[in-house]
Design a protein around this ligand. Structure first.
Ligand code: TRH
Length: 381
């Protein structure tokens, strides 16, 4: 039997958790499900530690996590080399790649976007200007003309199992928090700092619907505490303000965060990885997109919403897009949510059905790790 392929993934943490989160998921799947030997080179291993705390669900020995310092490079190059989100491999490593008797399959794994141009760029070659090497663009995406989305084997079955049994109550017990009130709309909140947040918390507290909101520690924690005007211990007793029960949580391990998404009725997510996990959770979600210069992110947001809302009624589409516009404001003034929140709540029954169908439909697509494995095999023939 041939020895398992060796993969080097290079990850540079730009900020926050998404770069590490995506690379870790990919590494884990390539090792666990495809049996490859993976080295994950990461410049900030502590970011990864936060995501993995207490996690034991990967085959020990098949993933090596390697701290990566600037131009430090591994001496030997792997058979497959992935530059995640354009993190360039060190020059000496590139030279080693060029010297190999069989040059590695060299992939630039790009950010996720629902924009249609992605389909034209996915899997295109980019020959190196000087060296005998070719890099391949690999774009995640929402259809078969792209590389697909990261999805572990059996993910949706596990979600169904969790929800079909006492998964949520066990989760609250494990988190050592009181179970949400049974009549409350259960929300999770993961967001970038935004001036829009206090107004939304006000609406939740004063609104007609009882709301339970779980907020893991992060960029908005300070704002949440300032709004509550209370110290709020992460994972401590929930705070009651009018109709809102606010439950702070510690930053969770990635695998536990999934369970929180599964257990909630509506998830506020951001960036890339939590955005994808919310889709696998099969519940409605609100996406706070990572801001880019010249408001490029708003086009990306619109492209996704257009794709996602394809089979929704006009009213629900308007509610979904209206709320996203308020949560991702183009201008400086903070939105008030007085209209967009109640409209979103009215749209939740249809959005809930839609979210379930969407996740089932997407799950019929080849997942990103398998698509990468197939692509690599086709290049090694
Ligand atoms: O953290 P993010 O904002 O990450 C990024 C980065 O900003 C990056 O530079 C940018 O390029 C990219 O977004 C688009 O959001 P994201 O992608 O959702 O990553 C968050 C990760 O943190 C994800 O793997 C889920 C995980 N997570 C936990 O493990 N525990 C938690 O409690 C929470 C709230 C999240």
């Amino acid at each position: 039997m041939a020895a398992p392929l060796t993969w080097d993934i290079f990850c540079k943490v730009v900020d926050n958790f998404g770069d590490a989160g995506v690379c870790w998921r990919l590494a884990r799947q390539l090792a666990n499900e495809h049996g490859f030997h993976v080295r994950l080179w990461i410049d900030k291993p502590d970011v990864l530690s936060a995501l993995r705390s207490g996690e034991t669900t990967y085959a020990p020995g098949s993933i090596a996590i390697q701290p990566w310092h600037a131009e430090d490079a591994p001496e030997d190059c792997a058979e497959v080399v992935i530059e995640a989100f354009g993190a360039p491999v060190p020059a000496s490593y590139l030279a080693a790649m060029a010297r190999s008797t069989r040059p590695p399959v060299w992939i630039n794994l790009e950010y996720l976007s629902a924009e249609t141009w992605v389909e034209g760029c996915h899997a295109l070659p980019s020959p190196h200007p000087r060296l005998p090497l070719t890099q391949w663009f690999f774009y995640p995406g929402f259809n078969a003309r792209t590389g697909g989305l990261l999805r572990e084997v059996g993910l949706l079955e596990r979600r169904r199992g969790f929800l079909g049994t006492d998964g949520p109550s066990k989760l609250w017990q494990d988190l050592k928090i009181a179970a949400p009130p049974t009549n409350a709309l259960k929300l999770s909140l993961f967001a970038y700092r935004t001036d829009a947040l206090p107004a939304l918390l006000d609406i939740w507290a004063a609104g007609a619907t009882p709301i339970w909101c779980a907020a893991p520690e992060g960029l908005v924690s300070q704002q949440v505490r300032a709004w509550a005007d209370a110290p709020l211990v992460a994972g401590g007793k929930a705070l009651q303000r009018g109709q809102l029960t606010l439950q702070t949580l510690p930053f969770l391990a990635q695998t536990t965060y999934d369970l929180l998404l599964w257990a909630c009725d509506l998830n506020f997510v951001r960036g890339e990885d939590s955005f994808v996990r919310a889709q696998w959770a099969g519940s409605p979600f609100i996406w706070q997109i990572y801001r880019q210069d010249e408001a490029a992110h708003l086009e990306k947001l619109a492209a996704f919403l257009e794709r996602y809302a394809e089979n929704l009624s006009a009213m629900t589409t308007a509610a979904l897009c209206g709320f996203h516009a308020d949560w991702n404001p183009a201008g400086e003034s903070a939105p008030v949510f007085a209209q967009s929140w109640p409209r979103l709540v009215s749209a939740l029954p249809e959005l809930t059905r839609h979210a379930r169908d969407w996740s089932e439909r997407l799950s019929r697509q080849t997942d990103l790790a398998s698509a990468l494995a197939d692509f690599v095999k086709s290049k090694l023939k």
